[in-house]
Structure formats: C-alpha cells, structure tokens
Design a protein around this ligand. Sequence first.
Ligand SMILES: *[C@@H]1O[C@H](CO)[C@@H](O)[C@H](O)[C@H]1NC(C)=O
Ligand SMILES: *[C@@H]1O[C@H](CO)[C@@H](O)[C@H](O)[C@H]1NC(C)=O
Ligand SMILES: *[C@@H]1O[C@H](CO)[C@@H](O)[C@H](O)[C@H]1NC(C)=O
Ligand SMILES: *[C@@H]1O[C@H](CO)[C@@H](O)[C@H](O)[C@H]1NC(C)=O
Ligand SMILES: *[C@@H]1O[C@H](CO)[C@@H](O)[C@H](O)[C@H]1NC(C)=O
Ligand SMILES: *[C@@H]1O[C@H](CO)[C@@H](O)[C@H](O)[C@H]1NC(C)=O
Length: 881
Amino acid sequence: MFYLSLFCISSYVFMASIIKFSRVFLLFSAISAYTFSDYITPDFTASYLQFVDQSGTFLFSPNGTFKAAVFNPGGQTKFYVCVIHAASNTIIWSANHDAPISNSAKMNLNLTGITIVDDEGNLTWSTPPLKSAVSALALTEMGNLMLLDQSNVSLWDSFHKPTDTIVIGQRLPVGALLSSAVSDSDLSTGNYMLTITSSDAILQWHGQTYWKLSMALKAYKNSNYQVEYMTVNRTGMYLLGSNGTVTVFAVVLPVSNFRIAKLAPSGEFTVSSFSGTKWEQEFIGPEDSCQTPFICRRMGLCTHDPVSSRPICSCPPNFHAGSSNSAGCVPSNGSYSLPLACSGRSNSSSSVSYLTLGPDLGYFGNVYSVPLRHGVNLSLCQDLCSRNCSCLGIFYNNSSGSCYVLQDELGSIMSSDGDESGLLGYIKASVVSSATPHDNDADITRSQRHKFPVVALVLLPVTGCIILIAAIGLLWRRILNLSTTKDIKLGKFNSNSSRDMEAFLIPGLPQRFDYEELDKATDNFKTLIGSGGFGTVYKGVLPDKTVVAVKKIINMGIQGKKDFFTEIAVIGNIHHVNLVKLKGFCAQGGERLLVYDYMNRGSLDHALFGGGPVIEWQERLDIALGTARGLAYLHSGCDQKIIHCDIKPENILLQDHFQAKISDFGLSKLLSPEQSGLFTTMRGTRGYLAPEWLTNAAITEKTDVYSFGMVLLELVSGRKNCSPRSQTQSMNLSNSGGGHSSASSTTGLVYFPLFALEMHEQSRYLDLADPRLEGRVTVEEVEKLVRIALCCVHEEPALRPNMVTVVGILEGGIPVAQPRIESLNFLRFYGRRFSESSIIAEGNEDDSMMYPRFNISASTIRSGSQTGFSYISSQNISGPR
Ligand SMILES: *[C@@H]1O[C@H](CO)[C@@H](O)[C@H](O)[C@H]1NC(C)=O
Ligand SMILES: *[C@@H]1O[C@H](CO)[C@@H](O)[C@H](O)[C@H]1NC(C)=O
Ligand SMILES: *[C@@H]1O[C@H](CO)[C@@H](O)[C@H](O)[C@H]1NC(C)=O
Ligand SMILES: *[C@@H]1O[C@H](CO)[C@@H](O)[C@H](O)[C@H]1NC(C)=O
Ligand SMILES: *[C@@H]1O[C@H](CO)[C@@H](O)[C@H](O)[C@H]1NC(C)=O
Ligand SMILES: *[C@@H]1O[C@H](CO)[C@@H](O)[C@H](O)[C@H]1NC(C)=O
C-alpha cells in the first residue's frame, strides 16, 4: 500500500531524503537500502521497536515479495508476528493472532524454535516441539516461513498452520481449516470457518453450515475423486485429488501473478488477485450476502435493496432493534426475550414460548441443514427444542413433518424464495416475569427509544469505517456483548450510579459537565450556531466567561456510557493547532453533549458560500494548509489513527486570521455500524464522499483525502462543487474561456470537479478561480491547488497522496504531481449524471443532485455491483461523449 501512494508522485522519489515528515519515503528508502536476507539464525530477537525503521520487518523473502514483521495492522496497538505480502501490505499469516503483543514485546528465535513473549516475559505463543535443533529461520519466495535444520530440511513451516489466507502454491488439506479474523486490525479468531472435506469446501458459523463450494455457480465439478486439498494458482482455485493429479472442483479465473483465497472477517470466502496496484475480488461465497450468517446480527432481517441489490438490515415483524449494536433484533413485546444458548435463564421449559416467523421468512442455514427428525408434529418438534437449552428455534415443514433446530447461536434471517416457503420458523422466547424489567434495554430511557426506530438501515461498506478505524471499536463490541449479558443477569440492580463509576476508570477524560450547567451556559439552548449530521450546536458562555460551542448529539448510536467515555477520552486527548479542541462533555440520562472551544469566524462554508466578504487567495491557501495539517495529524500524528469520514466545509472552522480548525473528528466512531448508514445519507455531505463509500472497497484515510480534494476545489472556485449553477453563470464560465466544455454541454449546468478536470487538460487554470477574486491570483498557484485537488480525488484510493505528502506539496517542499487522467474519468460520468439529474430537479438542491450516482438505473448498479465502481464508471463513460 505504501508504494501505491507514491504513484502520484513517483517521479519525485529522489526528493525523499529531504522530506522530513514523510514516513512513507523513509520506509521506501529503508527497503531499497536493505540487503535482503532470506534467513536468520539463532539466537535472534525482534520487536517492533527494534525494527521500527522498517515498520517492524526483520526478514525478507529472496526477492522481497514477502516479508516477516512484528506488525500492527490498521496502526493499532496490537502487534502480531506475521508474514506480509510486501507490495500490497497484506498479512497472509500471523503467529500470535489470539495473543497480540505490544510494540516492545519480543519474538525470539533459538535452537528449540520460535517463542513470542509479552512485556512481562510470559510466553504467549511458540512453535511446537521440534525433532532437531533449529539452524535457520527462512522466508521463501512463496511466503512460507520455515524453521530449517542443519541440512536445510524443514522442521516446521507456516503453510501447514494457515490462519485465514492461502496463497499461490499453498495447499489446504482435507481436515485443515481457515478461521476468520475478528477484523482487519484485530486478528484474533473470529466465528467463521472454512473446512475442506473429502468432497467439498464448506463454510460454517457456530457449527451451522452456510455455504458449500459444490453449490457455487462458478465452481465446476470435474470428477468424483476424493478431495485431498484446496489450492490456488495463477489460473484459479481448485480442489484436487489423487496427489494433485485430478481436479475435483475448479473455479477458473483470469491469469494472475498473485492471488489469495481468504476467509474475510465478514464470513465471506473470497479469492482476489493483486494487479500491482490494487486488489480485484474474483470470487465470493456466499454469492448472496444475506446468506452470511451474522450480516444483520441476531434475528436481523436481511433483504436486498431493490435498486442497488445491496443488503439492507431491518427487523422482522413483531421485533425491533435491540438497545445496542450487538443486540440485533429483540421481541417488540417486552414480556418476551430471546434466550442465549444454555445461559441458565432459559432452562426452565415452563417459561418457554415460540414466536412465529412469517411464511416468507427463512434462515441462512436452511438450505444446508439436515432435519433433526422427520414425520413429527409441530408440538413434538417444539418440545424437542424446549427440552434442549442449546436449541434457540426451529423450522418446521408442515407437509413432511421435518423438524430443523437452530443451535447455539441465532444468526440473521432472510426472506425465503419459493423453494423454502414450506418451512415455518418458530423462535424460542423466554417469558420475562413481570418483576424483571425489559430485557436488554435496561440502559436506555424510553424517550431515546422513540428517537431511534432503527429499522431499514442500509448496510453500506461504511460499516468498514467504524470497524477499521479503531481497535477500540472492536473492544467496544466486546464490551457491549458483555454488558448485554450483564444487563440480563443483573436486571434493575444495575443502577445508574454504579455505571457512572466507570467514567472514572478511564484515564484522560476531559472535563465533565452537568446538563444543568450547560443548559444555563447556553441560556436554555437559545443561540443555534450550526447543525449537522451529528447534532445541533449552540453558543454558550461558561461561568468563567469562556465562550464555548455546545454540541447536542442527536444521531448517536445508543451505546453504553462506558463506550462513549472511551471515545471521549481519545478525542479529548488530541491536541493540534488545526483541530478544534474538545473541552468537555456531558453524559446524563439520555443526553450526550460535547463542549468545544468557540471559533469566532464560523465555518468555512459560511465564509466561502455565505455571501460575506470575499476570502482572499492567500487566506484560502492558509485554510487549505491548516486543514491539511490537521488531517495529517489525525491520520499519522496521534497514537491511534483517526479517519474523519466527514470532511466538508461545514466541519472546517475558522479563527482569527483564517486559521483553520477541523471539528467533529472522532465522532464517526460514536455511530454504531448500523447507524453509519445514516452517515452517508446525511444531507449536504454527499458531494464530498469518495466512491469507495458506495462500493465494497475499504474506507481508509484515503477516503478523507478525497473529501479534502473536493474541499480544495471549492476553495479555488468559491462555490459548491455540487450545487447547480444557473444557466448564465455557467455560460459565462464557458464563454470566458471561449471554448466548448462538455461539463456544461447538456444543460448549461456545471459539475465543478469535471470542469476542473477539463480545464486542467486544457491548462486553462484561471478559468477555475473564483471570479470574485477579480484576478488577484497567479495562474501557478491556481494550477498547483487544482492539481493537488485532482490527485486527491483519484478514483483509486491508492493513487491519492497521503495527507503528509499533501502538506509537503502545499508547503512547497515536494513538487506537485501530475494527476492521472485514467483515475479521474469517473468525474465525466458523475458530471453527466449531475446535469441530467439537474434538469429533472430544476434547480432544487435535492439529494439526488448532491450525489449524482444515486440516479443510476437499477440495472447499471446490478451489473456493476460485483465488480466495483470502476466497472460502472468506465461502462458508462465509454459511450459517446
Ligand atoms: C542451507 O541454506 C543456506 C542459505 O541458502 C546455505 O548458505 C547453506 O549452504 C545451506 N546448507 C546446506 C547444508 O545445504
Ligand atoms: C493450476 O492448477 C490446475 C489444477 O491442478 C492446473 O490444471 C492448471 O494448469 C494450473 N495452472 C497453472 C498456471 O499452473
Ligand atoms: C404430536 O405427536 C405426539 C407423539 O407422536 C402425540 O403424543 C401428540 O398428541 C401429537 N400432538 C398433536 C397436537 O397432534
Ligand atoms: C441438544 O441438542 C444438541 C444438538 O442437537 C445435541 O448435541 C445435544 O446432545 C442435545 N442436548 C441434550 C441434553 O439433549
Ligand atoms: C399443516 O398441516 C395440517 C394438516 O396437514 C393443517 O391442518 C394445517 O393447517 C397446516 N398448517 C399450516 C400452517 O399450513
Ligand atoms: C417439505 O416437505 C415436502 C414433502 O416431503 C417436500 O416436497 C418439500 O420440498 C419440503 N419443503 C421444504 C422447503 O423443505
């Protein structure tokens, strides 16, 4: 990945040594300078800190294709000894996945093998006992980490103990399995498993099968031989038998030099190839994402958006969203709760009853499960379930009397197609005695529950944002899981006051305010100074006369206070001159408020689009640089990488002398994954959203870089990129240059980023500058900003520079690169959609216009949904221009 970000600026690599900020460059030179050694000998010790200059890398394969490192994926504080594919920075194997270590903890190689010890010296992982003494640790060009004896014979190797991935040449034999990781940054063992049987490859979740290779559309059966192993090679993925001479199943794929098969944290089994710049997903199972067991969590109902065919989560009839994001759906009737398997409480069968699912609702596993009994009546089937605490529900076929049981864990349900409709589901429920309060909802007040009828939230890849950013986010869910259980057991004894104690266990919390204090400070929330996706902002004055901005959070996930405190502690500890400082917070009852320093010049959108005095060019440069510095700090300056996810002029506040300060950072983590769906639909945000929000690509810091690029264009033009210009304005724009522009050809409406691309292609930069500046700009400076902006909005995230580089370019230390047109062609497509939707909307600033892609026809999205956005865009722009 690191290499990739260099493409935009690759011609300037020679500058590397003079750029003090850029760790990227340092890494680059470190690798090139490293004399590759493909083996090391005992006694050897490595920790991340020891090899910090090489990002923890202590061993390379002979040609450097793979490296072994003590590495922290996602920049988190958990370190793993792993094997990494160097060009894509992808972990293909990890040793201590269930026991992460710190950056100073050590991996030791000695005569008896490898050991990994934590800071206290406790053993956390080791290789098994070996037949003879180790003479070397080697990493092969295929990515196999091997312990060798004196005659270079393997004593142990990582290919025989795969984690979640196999690479070209690696074999996964019958009986072996891949286990998913919890997330891309938390490699501990998740709940999904791929196993190879003598006739198939199957995916399981808590013992429930949810996919078989033999039933996949793309898998061809070649013979009835017994399967011996699964492998991937340059032409596909195979189940082979008879010592590799017979193909049992083949999934034939385009020729590729590097390919992996991986069981992703989501439970999807994917085969992807790396083209040198990016990953291309070539195969996925299950094909229907609603068949992924936990996609909508416990009892969540997964359906497909009729237009985009993306999965959407809601709750089935008579269920509603539970109180926390891990709770899934719970019975709407408060006198029932869903038992956990053998949790103790569900044991008395007298209090069990069954909630009937509709005839059109099925379960992900029904296709693959085998009935427990045939020819029984429904009451006997239910009885079998009631008597067994591991049973959580049944499906019953009325015509055959087949009884299927759901065991151990309840996953998501889906609407059943015709084949399954003979099965009726009955979910086991415990009757809550009237003395006990409402099940898992103990933590929320009634008023909050009204505010969040969390139904039908679009499960966009946005979810990734929350999952990727934070190790805390993960901890988070665990804590929530725990606390849900606790709530059930403790019921109402879990009083508010004991909960609040938790706040004091979290170090680094900023000042805590009472609601009454803030109510008074803001004069009963009288002066509204802003509102956005997360809530409304009011001006206030504290008793010590400090002026503050008080943000009342409205769209926040219903989460425990502890999680809120944890996030607040993180945000509160980030101090940078270009970031708005969090002074304090309030968490009382259902209220969540944040107290910030007050910025006397308001937000950039007011200053830039508000019709006030024009912001001079130099001031715009200052704002651009300040914003870039703030973002660079969030991405690489603080302990935990923070992806903002919502960079836009409304979130860039100004202080005297146009010092820019970014607000709302860290708040994306306060949203639950489900609610992050809201996030993308937030009004006014869409024009700044990178394409990857709408595809399956991961949300990374490059997503912020895209938004920054869009803001930069608005700084240049002084207008909103996405708001339509009147006919005359755009005519002026086109006429002033005297040329014909396709950005405005259809309707006279301009999608500014496209206009910027076209003017860049014609080197007519001055046509882009805000006319209100009346020429008080130089063409060189406009060109520089436009070129940076275009590099930042490259469709391919890896081609966007990182923010540290952007700062370097703005400061002048790094020359500005040439934007890559092939990664900007999607703007032509956006632009056309924009002008088309503008005709329909006739100048109304409605959502469809803010983000043109929402108007793509259903068939376009469906055809493109598997292959990603590039496909759609190139398809649509390859027509007549
Ligand atoms: C083992 O491999 C190393 C490194 O390739 C080599 O230097 C050494 O001679 C080999 N030893 C034997 C016994 O083949
Ligand atoms: C990949 O493996 C299959 C099955 O063994 C084989 O038919 C095919 O030729 C192999 N492809 C390459 C490029 O080696
Ligand atoms: C269901 O079957 C069991 C045993 O076959 C029988 O005892 C019971 O009466 C049946 N119940 C109903 C409602 O038919
Ligand atoms: C409960 O059901 C599971 C799965 O059918 C079975 O393995 C287990 O033995 C059963 N337990 C009892 C007590 O019947
Ligand atoms: C199930 O079948 C029985 C008899 O075969 C019938 O009386 C009953 O109505 C059916 N129930 C449903 C829900 O179809
Ligand atoms: C229910 O049982 C009948 C009779 O055996 C069978 O034809 C039908 O396919 C079954 N339905 C389902 C969904 O399994």
